[in-house]
Each structure stands twice: as C-alpha cells, then as structure tokens.
Design a protein around this ligand. Structure first.
Ligand code: MG
Length: 167
C-alpha cells in the first residue's frame, strides 16, 4: 500500500529555578533546579507535542492546552503528548521516527536518556529504536549556558497509509 509522510518540528524553552522538580521527557530527573511553567514545564514533551501537531497541521500546544486554563496548572505533560499522539492515530498515522535535542548546561542527561526513550515510545506507541533523544550543553554561552534555561528541539516523521487530508 502506498504511504505518505508528514514531518513536524517543535521547539520549546523554559526558565530554570532552584527548588522546582526537573521533569524532562516525561520522567523526573534528580536535580536541585527545574523548569518554571504553568504545567510541569517539560520542554521535551512540549516540543514533541508541537512537532506532532505540526505534522498534522493542527495548530500548537497552546491552542489545545491554553496556559490561561487552570485545568493545566501543574499538569503532567505526558497528558499533552498522549493527546497529540491520539490525534495522529485517529488519522491513521503512525510515528515513523522522532529525533530530539535537549540543550541544558547540567546535569548530564546521558544516564536518563534510555528511560526517556522508553517512556516516550510507550506514549507514541512506536519502537524505542524510533525515538532518538540527544543532549548538548550550550558551552557556557547565553542564558542556557548560564544555567538559566533549558531548551528542546524535536522533529517527528509520521507515516500515513495513503495520501489523504489529515485535518
Ligand atoms: Mg513549554
């Protein structure tokens, strides 16, 4: 059967503050600081959500989960990713692959990446091998390099069974 592909990209940045839990990639990472945000501030989850919505041309996370809505205060961002993944599945799309980069000065993310990949693959209902999470520092430059912020960039490729309208 013929397939068609749609690509989406997502980006997010949050301030970091001492004493906040570090939620990233839908897991919690032991750290003395974490992202500020209306929800749990998970930049990787938010960028992934925007990438999925972008591939479907269905707007962005703010349109689906307005930050002014008290329902999303302190929300677990897993819920946002699940929502976007369900929208994709409802249109017959499957996640071909995800490639993500998190930019953060510290802590080192390498020990946590296998669990992030496993949890995200579970939410996306795809193989762990289809989910790539990479981590970089900002080499001490700018607000990220100074430890004041965390940033994520995500690209998603969706495979649909045949050329069709997705919206
Ligand atoms: Mg965000």
């Amino acid at each position: 059967m013929a397939s068609t592909y749609r690509v989406g990209e997502g980006y997010d940045i949050h301030r970091l503050e001492r004493g906040r839990p570090m939620r990233l990639g839908c897991i919690e990472i032991p750290c003395e600081f974490g992202p500020l945000g209306h929800s749990d501030g998970d930049v990787l989850a938010h960028a992934l959500c925007d990438a999925l919505l972008g591939a479907l041309a269905l707007g962005d996370i703010g349109a689906h989960f307005p930050p002014t809505d008290p329902r999303w205060e302190g929300a677990d961002s897993m819920r946002f990713v699940s929502h976007a993944a369900a929208l994709a599945r409802s249109r017959g799309a499957r996640v071909a692959n995800v490639d993500a980069t998190v930019v953060l000065e510290k802590p080192k993310l390498a020990p946590h990446i296998p669990e992030m990949r496993r949890v995200l693959a579970g939410l996306l209902e795809c193989d762990v091998e289809a989910v790539s999470v990479k981590a970089k520092t900002a080499e001490g430059l700018g607000p990220i390099g100074e430890g004041k912020a965390i940033e994520a960039h995500v690209i998603v490729c969706l495979e649909l069974p045949e050329p069709q309208s997705v919206s």
